[in-house]
Write a protein that binds this ligand. Structure first.
Ligand SMILES: [Zn+2]
Length: 281
């Protein structure tokens, strides 16, 4: 796992085992606020060990940015922390999260000790602040990647943990295309110092607006292709021919897995649009 310091008291941990998923720690005199907890306990334990033994800082709050396994499985390793998430995160962890864990545990003994840990504090449409020591982390709903996605702003440093609202490629198959577009617009022109993505590298101040604009252009491009597909005799074949680079994105990030995400995006959006057209008839 890689460790990086993005401000005096803010650390980012990036998994070397699963899709460069990130977790963050905001460190104060009174303890740490941990944002997401990775997938494999081995890596989460390394974070815990670093914070507790190297920085002498106990995790007081765990924030779950959304219910997906790669962001939440480590939460159970912090039984004394107050867990915070969106109300929908609670519901989805309790249902799909439990089902997914059971399946995952059949696949590997490494997850044997993982348990679903539900948020103790949930919020809905308004923003809430998690305050500890001299830091304030503001949370708000940012749906699109998943229905329960949130983002977390460390107000004093203007560092945003965007979770999967920002990653190498917008990915909305478990969420909603329209929500994603809205959530990205909400992140524009906020003068963030830097943004920690849910997967991949930290985005620096000078790159933020370009990155968001590029994601919005990508989403517009795939919508155009999904609409064109519905006029074709073989829509699936048409969509298979729409390369990620034709939509303005590189095929390289996340070890090339973005290409599979792109394909799923196109199919999911096409199905959604086709469904809407059927309803209109
Ligand atoms: Zn996710």
């Amino acid at each position: 796992m890689q460790r990086e310091r993005v401000a005096d008291d803010i650390y980012v941990f990036t998994s070397e085992r699963y899709a460069q998923v990130t977790a963050g720690a905001v460190v104060t005199d009174e303890g740490a606020i941990l944002i997401d907890t990775l997938l494999f306990p081995e890596e989460t334990k390394a974070i815990k060990n670093y914070l507790e033994n190297r920085l002498d800082c106990v995790v007081k709050y765990v924030i779950n940015t959304h219910y997906h396994a790669d962001h939440t499985y480590g939460t159970c390793l912090f039984p004394n922390a107050m867990i915070v998430g969106h109300r929908l995160c609670y519901d989805l962890l309790d249902t799909r999260g439990r089902e997914g864990l059971e399946q995952a545990q059949h696949g590997t003994s490494e997850l044997d000790d993982v348990q679903i840990a539900l948020p103790h504090v949930v919020f809905d449409s308004r923003t809430i602040n998690v305050c500890l020591g001299d830091k304030t982390v503001q949370l708000w709903h940012s749906p699109g990647h998943s229905p329960d996605s949130i983002v977390c702003l460390v107000k004093e440093d203007r560092v945003l943990f965007a979770a999967d609202t920002l990653m190498a490629l917008p990915y909305f198959v478990d969420g909603s295309y329209d929500d994603f577009v809205q959530s990205l617009h909400a992140l524009q022109n906020n003068s963030f110092e830097n943004i920690v993505q849910g997967h991949g590298e930290v985005i620096l101040r000078g790159e933020i607006e370009d990155k968001i604009a590029s994601d919005l252009r990508y989403l517009a491009a795939i919508k155009k292709h999904a609409e064109t597909a519905s006029t074709k005799s073989d829509p699936e074949r048409y969509l298979d021919g729409i390369d990620i680079e034709r939509c303005g994105k590189s095929r390289i990030p996340l070890s090339g897995t973005v290409q599979a995400l792109h394909r799923e995006n196109l199919r999911s959006l096409y199905r959604q649009l086709a469904g809407e057209m059927l309803e209109m008839r």
